[in-house]
Design a protein around this ligand. Structure first.
Ligand SMILES: Cc1ncc(C[n+]2csc(CCOP(=O)(O)OP(=O)(O)O)c2C)c(N)n1
Length: 902
């Protein structure tokens, strides 16, 4: 956007600095520049500044531009477009939203003090949300238009515009909106007025279990798609995950367009986030990616109410200045929305620049105090700093001073900022919106240190709030925190509905309709794994070969999204670089060093692989975008994110949890898994816990296959479940880099593999009986132990445990049915499987013992159960040494067997 034309109050900032050794000379330069800008406009002025910077650079002056601008609006009054709405009605509507949101929290806590909830965050964000709802946030107007199963375009095939055209001229697949989590009551308040939620629903805010007992719908504390699957699209309750996720969604939309799968032009990703939230590493870590990818489909609105939970975000500094520098430095378009329209007049009168100078000397802690205090205090303390300031407010009453709005509470200014952001090209935009936390809560909460968690207002406070926003409520209604909905034919309600109709309908709205995608037969892509005939390979190699084959399938292939975080070579995937290309929004602007090689590093605009560099947080955000594409875009995509298993659930577990909340469909492949199978890499790399964490995520199916054939069956079932049957589950599969002989999959075991275990080898001989359970690479140690035990006359049957967590869940489900008094609760699958054997049961895995311990309760009661695992820190050494050290090698298993039999 154009640089603001300096107005008088800013000009004064340029006045004499105490460090200026030659003010007269400075004035000459300044006047020359001012004349240039005046005569030739901002474009030329910018060019000249760049030119001077270039000269400074060639002379090694050592100058860097200051990235922060004065504490005023980026968009000058003269640049503001005419407000296209009915301001009075929108203000009244915003007041109603505020009231109903507040009432929801107050009532819930009057009833049950333990429920919690927040008023202050939405109070600060209401106008930011409302402007979006009334003018910018576009809902999906067209049912999904994915190509039907089997009709997928060939890779790089169909014209993206064709898809858009099929939806009709006004078709819009919807903007993506990330709502600040603690502001959820405001979004419910709007849904109430729009007729999507009833008063009973609002009365059951944060009572998800109780509500159905009263014929109502319980409302989630924060945006949770899992719990409100037709409402919320994106979970944001864990700070930082919304911001990074929004960036990767915006990038994924570009990917879909560039790969000719779906035209995402004209759609935006809007994210309203907190200024405190910007401190999260995830919030900041992908800012440069957004700028590098020129994501002008992305707009962030940072609600700078200057406070977080405990206190000020930057008490001794200015968060808006800090964020301006951060975002500008990262390459974003920054729009500061600091002051409301009532300040325009003050600035216009302030020919000496007193205001800008005073702001430059006011830190956020003080600004918060100004928000908390009344007009009198502000007159005395802020405007009373000097005569010039005092003069500015001479004609204003204390009440008027009290009501001077910050930019983020002024619908006209917000609209101007949003319009500029929406029109901006070539960069993502951040709007730094200055607000007051607890806006309108008066002495009960506005700007108070403790306001974040305030959820109770007494009668006096409620009546004050009613007065402050001129709500049409009696004293009694206000004191009771009664919900208020205007008559359906009132101008407010008609306006509200018209605006949403013009923007495609209500939001947020989560959709799930999506065409299924056909799956190739397992024999077509994984025969080599199912009938491996003893061939030596690792399960990682087998997976990569399968993936390559799957990508060649006409229907499913184009929907596959391979994702790596700079480890493709580690997993032997370099051949895919050339085969399907690495996605790059600009293609490849260089001749790769290895151009002649069959493994050449090929980047292309229609490249299929998402190479996320060393950012597991980015890669999992990318995976989430692809795994929810069926819902967000109505186009089912199937991501396979393959990574060092240690850097998955442990490193980005919270992002996986948030993904689970969105009901993703896709595969996570934890490669180089296990604490001893990885060998030399040592303590930080060796994963012994991911299966433990995966088991805690209800819609995650976790498998630790030992053999390529098992893995093929699991992947095949996952594709069927997610793409054909369209069920909400996602798969975690661990892969190993150890080469060993891969046997044929025994016939007829597929169903058992999926349920969690199958008998790999029956007990041989007539000796004492024992049962051995093993998973992943440790199954080979178990098989060796069985061989050695046989030599001692001990007959061991061996089970391959493909999923401990599926077995445990099955056992828990049987137990739950039994507890519920069901006549036939069923017998745990693991107990059924072990029924034919006798003697002790020994389990060994490459994971901590808690993993095999998870099934203990479901084993036959008369059989002794011993578990071996890799508890403790990893070490660097050979596999053999590590397995000996942790006690999961064949010798240790034999020892455990002898002990259990003794
Ligand atoms: C990862 C994470 N850490 C901590 C919290 C607890 N928490 C919830 S809101 C909040 C403060 C939010 O401040 P800010 O982002 O400035 O938003 P505001 O409510 O002030 O608008 C905190 C610490 C959380 N939800 N997520």
């Amino acid at each position: 956007m154009n640089a603001p034309i300096p107005t008088d109050h800013l000009r004064a900032l340029l006045d004499v600095s105490p460090n200026d050794i030659d003010p007269a000379e400075t004035a000459e330069w300044r006047d020359a520049f001012a004349a240039l800008a005046e005569t030739h406009g901002p474009e030329r002025a910018r060019w000249m500044l760049n030119e001077l910077a270039r000269v400074a650079c060639t002379r090694r002056i050592g100058w860097q531009p200051e990235l922060a601008t004065p504490y005023v609006n980026t968009i000058g009054v003269e640049q503001q477009p005419v407000f296209p709405g009915d301001l009075a009605i929108e203000e009244r509507l915003a007041s109603l939203m505020r009231w109903n949101a507040l009432a929801m929290v107050v009532r819930a806590n009057q009833a049950y003090g333990e429920l919690g909830g927040h008023i202050a965050s939405y109070a600060s964000a209401a106008d930011l949300f409302e402007t979006g709802f009334n003018h910018f946030f576009h809902a999906r107007t067209e049912p999904r238009r994915a190509a039907p199963s089997g009709e997928s375009p060939p890779r790089g095939g169909s014209d993206p515009h064709e898809i858009g055209e099929r939806g009709g001229q006004d078709a819009h697949r919807g903007d993506l909106i990330f709502f600040q989590p603690h502001s959820a009551p405001g979004v419910y308040a709007r849904a109430f007025l729009e007729g999507r939620l009833t008063q009973e629903d609002l009365q059951h805010y944060r009572q998800e279990l109780t509500a159905p007992l009263h014929g109502a719908r319980g409302l989630s504390s924060y945006p949770h798609p899992y719990l409100m699957p037709d409402f919320w699209q994106f979970p944001t309750g864990s700070m930082g995950i919304g911001p990074i996720s929004s960036i990767y969604h915006a990038r994924f939309m570009r990917y879909l367009t560039h790969r000719h799968l779906l035209d995402c032009e004209g759609r935006k990703v809007w994210g309203v986030f907190g200024d405190g939230e910007m401190d999260e590493p995830e919030s900041m870590s992908a800012l440069t990616l957004a700028a590098r990818e020129r994501l002008d489909n992305l707009v962030w609105v940072v609600n700078c109410n200057l406070q977080r939970l405990d206190g000020p975000v930057r008490g001794n500094g200015r968060i808006i200045d800090e964020l301006e520098k951060l975002f500008a430095g990262a390459g974003w378009n920054v729009i500061k929305l600091v002051w409301g329209s009532d300040w325009d007049g003050l600035f216009a009168r302030d020919t000496e620049g007193a205001l800008a100078r005073a702001f430059a000397n006011t830190v956020d802690g003080q600004m918060q105090t100004f928000a908390a205090k009344d007009g009198r205090y502000n007159r005395d303390t802020f405007f009373g700093q000097n005569e010039a300031l005092a003069r500015l407010v001479e004609g204003l009453t204390d009440a008027q001073i009290d009501r001077l709005k910050r930019g983020g509470h002024d619908l006209v200014k917000i609209h101007a900022a949003y319009a500029a952001a929406a029109a901006h090209r070539g960069q993502p935009t951040v709007i730094l919106a200055h607000t007051k936390k607890g806006y309108g809560m008066g002495s009960a909460g506005q700007g108070k240190m403790t306001t974040h968690s305030q959820k109770k207002l007494d009668e006096h406070d409620l009546i004050e709030f009613r007065n402050r926003f001129a709500l049409p409520l009696s004293d009694e209604q206000a004191a009771q925190a009664a919900f208020y909905k205007p008559a359906e034919d009132s101008p407010e309600m008609r306006y509200l509905k018209d605006r949403r109709a013009a923007l495609g309908g209500s939001m947020p709205r989560r959709e799930t309709a999506c065409d299924p995608v056909a799956k190739p037969d397992i024999a077509a892509y994984a025969q080599f794994a199912v009938a491996a005939a003893g061939k030596e390979m690792s399960t990682t190699m087998a997976f990569v070969r399968m993936l390559g084959n799957l990508m060649k399938d006409a229907a499913l292939g184009p929907r596959i999204v391979p994702i790596v975080a700079d480890e493709a070579r580690t997993f032997g995937m370099a051949n895919l670089f050339k085969q399907v290309g690495i996605y790059s929004s600009v293609g490849q602007r260089y001749a790769p060093e290895d151009i002649g090689s069959v493994l050449s590093y090929r980047e292309a605009t229609d490249g299929q692989i998402l190479e996320e560099g060393i950012s597991e947080a980015g890669a999992i955000a990318s995976w989430t975008a692809a795994a929810t594409s069926y819902s967000v875009h109505g186009l089912a995509m199937l991501p396979f994110y393959i990574y060092y298993s240690m850097f998955g659930f442990q490193r980005v577990g919270d992002q996986i949890w948030a993904a689970a909340d969105q009901r993703p469909r896709g595969f996570l492949l934890g490669a180089t898994s296990g604490r001893t199978t990885l060998g030399g890499e040592g303590l930080q790399h060796q994963d012994g816990t991911s299966h433990l964490i995966a088991a805690t995520i209800p819609n995650c199916k976790a498998y630790d296959p030992a053999f390529a054939g098992e893995m093929a069956v699991i992947v095949d079932a996952g594709i069927r479940e997610m793409m054909v049957e369209q069920k909400d589950a996602f798969y975690y599969v661990t892969l190993m880099n150890e080469n060993y002989a891969q046997p044929d999959l025994p016939p007829g075991v597929e169903a058992d593999v999926l349920r969690g275990c199958y008998r790999f080898r029956a007990a041989a001989g007539e000796g004492r009986k024992i049962t051995l359970l093993g998973s992943g690479a440790i199954l080979t140690e178990v098989l060796e132990a069985a061989r050695q035990l046989a030599e001692e006359g001990i007959a061991a049957e061996v089970f391959s445990i493909t999923s401990w967590s599926e077995l445990a869940r099955d056992g828990q489900a049987c137990e739950a049915r039994a507890l519920a008094g069901e006549a036939e609760p069923g017998r745990p699958f693991i107990a059924q499987q072990l029924a034919g054997g006798s003697g002790p049961v020994i389990a060994a895995t490459d994971y901590v013992r808690a993993v095999p311990e998870s099934i203990r309760a479901f084993l036959p009661a008369d059989r002794r159960y011993l578990t071996l695992g890799t508890d403790g820190f990893g070490r660097s050494d050979t596999r053999a040494a590590l397995r000996r050290f942790f006690g999961v090698d064949a010798a240790s298993i034999v020892r455990a067997a002898r002990y259990a039999l003794a």
